[in-house]
Design a protein around this ligand. Structure first.
Ligand code: UFG
Length: 347
C-alpha cells in the first residue's frame, strides 16, 4: 500500500485531520493539500505525533489546477477524499458568490486533474443539509435531496450533482470511475489525545464549540436558539457524531470504493441514528465534565430545522461501519480538547 497515496484536500481541517490519523494508522500513505485558509500548519506535526507516520504536505489552493497537477505528477494517487471547502453557513448567506466559486471550482479542478492522472476513486464530504426542509426524519439516502436553506448547503447539493453525473457518464462509457458521497450529520468531539480538534475562527457558530467556550469562561452564556419547536423539550434535535467515528467512516468508505462490489455511485449517511436536543447536550456536558454551562433561551435562528437525524443502517450494512462512541465521549473529548495546550495555542 505504501507506494500508492490517498490525497486529502483540506486534510488539516477538523474532519480531514482526524481522517488522516485513521488512514495513517491503518497503513495508508497520505498526501495532504491544504491552503491553510481555515487551518493551522501545526496540525501536520500533531497528525504525525499521534499516528507515528508523516503525511506528505502541499500548501496549495486546490482550485489551482496547475498546483493540483504537480501533486498528481509527484505521487501515484489511488483515491482522493475531498474535504476542502468553505463551511460557514451564515457567511455563505452574506457572500454566496465566494462560496459557489470556491467550493465548486475546487471540486471541478480536482476532478479534471484526477482524469488527467488516471485517478478513478473520489470520496466527497457532503452534508445532511442536502436533505433540505421537506423530508421527514430519519433521513434515508434514497430521499430526494434539495430545498437547501443556504448557499453552503447548495454547494454541497451541486457538487453531489456533479459527481452523480460524472459517475453516470462513466457507467455509460464503461469506464472504471467511482464516487462516494458521505453525508455527515453533526460532528463534534476531538481526538482523545487532545492534540487535534475543532478550532473555530472568532465566535463559534456551532453548538459544541460554543458550549466549551462558555464552560471555559471565554463567553458568559450559551444562547439556546428557540425552545418552541415541536420536539420533546422544544429545542432543536440533531444527530451528533464523534469525529473519530466519522473519520473511521471514511476509512470504511475507502475500503469499500476500492473493492469490486462497490457501485459507480455510492451514497452513505454518516450519523449515529440517534437525536439529542440542545438541552440534552448541555446536560450531558455538565454531568460528564462536572462544569456548569449557563444558558438563556433566545429566538430561533433563521434556517434551523426542528429535527435532523440519520437512518444509519445503510452504512452499517454496506460498509460494516457504525458509530461506537456516545454523547458522553463526545462531551468528554470536546472538553479535553478545549482545555489542552494544543487548542490554547501553547504547543
Ligand atoms: N444552537 C444553539 N446555540 C448555538 C449554536 C447552536 O442553540 O449557539 C443549536 C441550533 O439551533 C441547532 C443545534 O444547536 O438546533 C445544532 O446547531 P449547529 O450550528 O451546531 O449545527 P447545525 O445542525 O445547524 O449545522 C450543522 C453543520 C452544517 C450543516 C448542518 C446540516 O454545522 O455544516 O448541520 O447538516 F449544514
Amino acid at each position: 500500500m505504501d507506494d500508492r497515496y490517498v490525497l486529502l484536500t483540506g486534510g488539516l481541517g477538523f474532519i480531514g485531520s482526524h481522517t488522516a490519523v485513521e488512514l495513517l494508522e491503518a497503513g495508508y500513505s497520505v498526501v495532504i493539500a491544504d491552503d491553510l485558509s481555515n487551518s493551522d500548519i501545526s496540525v501536520l506535526g500533531r497528525i504525525e505525533a499521534i499516528s507515528g507516520r508523516k503525511p506528505v504536505f502541499y500548501q496549495i489552493d486546490v482550485s489551482d489546477r496547475r498546483a493540483v497537477r504537480r501533486v498528481f505528477r509527484a505521487h501515484d494517487i489511488s483515491a482522493v477524499i475531498h474535504f476542502a471547502g468553505f463551511k460557514a453557513v451564515g457567511e455563505s448567506v452574506s457572500v454566496p458568490v465566494k462560496y459557489y466559486r470556491n467550493n465548486i471550482d475546487s471540486m471541478l479542478s480536482v476532478l479534471e486533474e484526477m482524469d488527467q492522472a488516471g485517478c478513478k476513486r473520489v470520496i466527497f464530504s457532503s452534508s445532511a443539509t442536502v436533505y433540505g426542509e421537506s423530508n421527514p426524519v430519519p433521513y434515508r439516502e434514497d430521499m430526494p435531496a434539495g430545498a437547501c436553506s443556504n448557499p453552503y448547503g447548495w454547494t454541497k447539493f451541486m457538487i453531489e450533482r456533479i459527481l452523480i453525473d460524472k459517475a453516470h457518464a462513466a457507467e455509460l462509457k464503461g469506464e472504471d470511475f467511482k464516487a462516494t458521497l458521505l453525508r455527515y450529520f453533526n460532528p463534534i468531539g476531538a481526538h482523545p489525545s487532545g492534540l487535534i480538534g475543532e478550532k473555530p475562527n472568532g465566535i463559534p457558530n456551532n453548538l459544541m464549540p460554543y458550549i466549551t467556550q462558555v464552560a471555559a469562561g471565554i463567553r458568559p452564556k450559551l444562547s439556546v436558539f428557540g425552545n418552541d419547536y415541536d420536539t420533546p423539550d422544544g429545542t432543536g434535535v440533531r444527530d451528533y457524531i464523534h469525529v473519530v467515528d466519522l473519520a473511521k467512516g471514511h476509512l470504511a468508505a475507502l475500503g469499500h470504493i476500492e473493492r469490486d462490489e462497490s457501485e459507480s455511485l455510492n451514497i452513505f449517511n454518516l450519523g449515529t441514528g440517534r437525536g439529542y436536543s440542545v438541552l440534552d447536550v448541555v446536560k450531558a456536558f455538565e454531568k460528564v465534565n462536572g462544569v456548569p454551562v449557563p444558558y438563556e433561551i433566545a429566538p430561533r435562528r433563521a434556517g434551523d430545522l426542528a429535527w435532523s437525524y440519520a437512518d444509519a443502517s445503510l452504512a452499517e450494512k454496506t460498509l460494516g461501519w457504525k458509530a461506537e462512541l456516545g454523547i458522553e465521549e463526545m462531551c468528554r473529548d470536546s472538553w479535553n480538547w478545549q482545555n489542552g495546550p494544543a487548542c490554547r495555542g501553547e504547543l
